[in-house]
Design a protein. Sequence first.
Length: 121
Amino acid sequence: MAQAAEPVLGRWVTQNQKAVVEIAPCGSAVCGHIVKLLPKSDVGKTVDERNSNPKLRRRPLVGLPIFLSMKDSGDDWRGRLYDPQYGNTYSSVVSRNPDGTLRVKGCYFIICKTQTWKPAG
């Protein structure tokens, strides 16, 4: 029997300290959305203005889905990650680090970027 991935549920401060993202169950997966913009966020940027779909550019950032259908793959969680800073969706791998932080990796083909998020409050 495969081992379950470490839980990633909770509220997390993004590496750039611009937002708090809440990860919660959604069906058989986990999903995440922005619950708060922090003082370091771009002043005046409160909507998804860089979305590639013009019809979605007026969506508020607070409440915006970030992690989409993340499934337990044994060692980590895999799914898709939406980045409102660039308006792109990437394949994603999320896991817990031994120190309790969250490792968030987003990939576009073979190019990947990894961030470390800290627990909020």
